[in-house]
Design a protein around this ligand. Structure first.
Ligand code: HEC
Length: 486
């Protein structure tokens, strides 16, 4: 019986000896775990710690790390990677060295965390290979973006949503709010949540309904990615639960009908031309894109990419004749770009601090800007950059400005109010009810209502007409399922 259970032949004896050798010899640490993946493990560390100076634009030390091929080729001093030898590879050595030459440069940033440097070392020790199926010439930031999957929005939020943007639906009967990885739709005036549209962007920084009823949304994940996407939020029927309809704006091409822009960082602002034929978007990459959407947003044609600012673009506006593009930026200026001549025609410097937003009156004879300096100022878009009026603005930073019917303007501020201004920049109404920074403001398409959204998730809707009525006709928290502590 024993014989049948144990075999004593030479082959088996060899196999046993081999197995024993494998288990008894202490193998180096890296042989016991799974191999390091360049794209999943290495590239995120490079992106986090090195790319700020070694991207295609800056190329510090003539070293561009934006593709695998370039990362391996190195800069002026040649390739910093010797496959199999982490200690001879500058890519790893510069992260861990005690010498002055460390990267990032000692005066410019923290050392790479030791466990992360160890991953780079292990990857080089394993042969410094690129994962199968990736083009060595592919843009690494883009490859990282492709691999990221949007989370499903929480059924009930633990914290109030930050309302960065909102828009009335074309029928004036509901409000769309930018929430966390989703858009939510609330009916008016009863403030019932009727629809939730999941989206890839963590935040919606700007949104605007287009003439064909589709919704353009600009957003992103801070420091990771940015986008402009076109949604059809009314054309498809989603599954309904508890009176709320759910649409999948991440995967369903009938809901997310077009992606207009894919950027490396957040897209922060949008402008639709008054004739509805052009759309512009601006954001952290300091550029404004200008599309012809006269054939519908799905067939949008990029006409111009305007790089006229030294820092993030925070607000834009287009004139009715599609000639002027106004922009507000973190570089403390408002600027005017002539779209026909393709040149910068004016820089308005008076805010001397971050300019958050710009607007135009109907005939484009006046430009308006607001900013961190708490002021609302007017100037001539084609003129000499001299201020025409400082309206005084708000009691705190002014975040948004929108133009409405009859040349009215609405502004929203950290002072928790929304204010209405007439064409001469007289403050006709100060609207109250919000209890936190008012980040978002929008007029209804029929011009009768104005809505503000706050840092604490609140939405307030006011009537525009009656100058004495300053209390909201609707005030609610646009955070799905939030259990508000009393
Ligand atoms: C704050 C900016 C900055 C950051 C962040 C930074 N570097 Fe550098 N790097 C430089 C500058 C400037 C040079 C050129 C001067 C020098 O060699 O000191 C350089 C040069 C290099 C070189 C030599 C290039 C050549 O061929 O001459 C290597 C290799 C390098 N960096 C690797 C890295 C790695 C790896 C990281 C991330 C862990 C990193 N750097 C992060 C600024 C930066």
């Amino acid at each position: 019986m024993l014989r049948s259970r144990f075999c004593f032949c030479v082959l088996c004896a060899l196999a046993v000896a081999l197995l024993a050798a494998l288990f008894l010899n202490p193998a180096p640490a890296y042989a016991q775990s799974k191999p390091v993946s360049f794209i999943n493990d290495v590239a995120p560390i490079i992106k986090e710690n090195c790319m700020a100076c070694h991207d295609a634009k800056k190329r510090s030390g003539k070293y561009d790390m934006s593709t695998f091929e370039k990362l391996m080729a190195g800069g002026g001093a040649g390739s910093p990677v010797v496959a199999g030898k982490p200690d001879d590879s500058d890519l790893h050595d510069l992260m861990v060295t005690r010498e002055e030459r460390r990267m990032p440069p000692r005066d410019k940033g923290e050392a790479v965390a030791s466990e992360k440097a160890a991953i780079i070392g292990k990857w080089i020790a394993e042969g410094a290979k690129l994962d199968a199926g990736i083009d060595p010439k592919a843009d690494l930031l883009r490859e990282l973006r492709i691999r990221w999957k949007a989370p499903t929005p929480a059924v009930a939020y633990k914290f109030p949503v930050v309302v960065n943007s909102l828009a009335f639906t074309p029928d004036n009967k509901s409000i769309v709010v930018g929430a966390h990885h989703e858009l939510t739709v609330w009916s008016l005036p009863d403030a019932k949540l009727t629809k939730r549209i999941a989206m890839r962007a963590e935040r919606a920084y700007a949104m605007v309904f287009l003439p064909d009823g589709k919704l353009a949304v600009a957003g992103g994940r801070p420091g990771q990615e940015g986008d402009v996407r076109i949604f059809d939020i009314a054309g498809t029927k989603g599954k309904t639960e508890g009176g709320v309809e759910f649409l999948d704006g991440v995967n369903d091409p009938k809901v997310m009908v077009k992606q207009l822009l894919d950027a490396d960082d957040s897209v922060l602002c949008l402008a639709l031309s008054p004739d509805g034929k052009h759309l512009a978007a601006g954001g952290c990459d300091r550029a404004v894109r200008y599309w012809d959407i006269s054939g519908g947003a799905v067939a949008a044609k990029l006409e111009q990419t305007v790089e006229n600012h030294a820092d993030w673009i925070l607000g834009i506006a287009l004139s009715a004749d599609n000639k002027l593009l106004l922009s507000a930026a973190r570089d403390k200026t408002a600027k005017v770009w002539d779209l026909a001549a393709k040149e910068s025609v004016m820089t308005f410097p008076d805010h001397q601090d971050v300019v958050y937003g710009v607007a135009l009156n109907k005939d484009a004879s006046l430009g308006f800007s607001i900013g961190k300096d708490k002021q609302l100022r007017s100037w001539k878009p084609g003129g000499d950059a001299k201020q025409i009026k400082n309206a005084g603005g708000h009691g705190d930073e002014v975040f948004k400005i929108v133009a409405g019917p009859k040349d009215l303007l609405a502004t929203s501020s950290a002072d928790k109010t929304v204010r209405i201004w007439d064409a001469g920049l007289t403050n006709t109404k100060t609207l109250t009810g919000l209890t936190d920074h008012a980040f978002a403001v929008a007029f209804s398409p029929d011009g009768t209502l104005v809505a503000g959204g706050s840092f604490a998730g609140e939405i307030a809707v006011w009537k525009v007409a009656d100058p004495k009525e300053v209390k909201p006709v609707a005030l609610f928290n646009a955070t799905p399922g939030l259990l508000v502590k009393k």
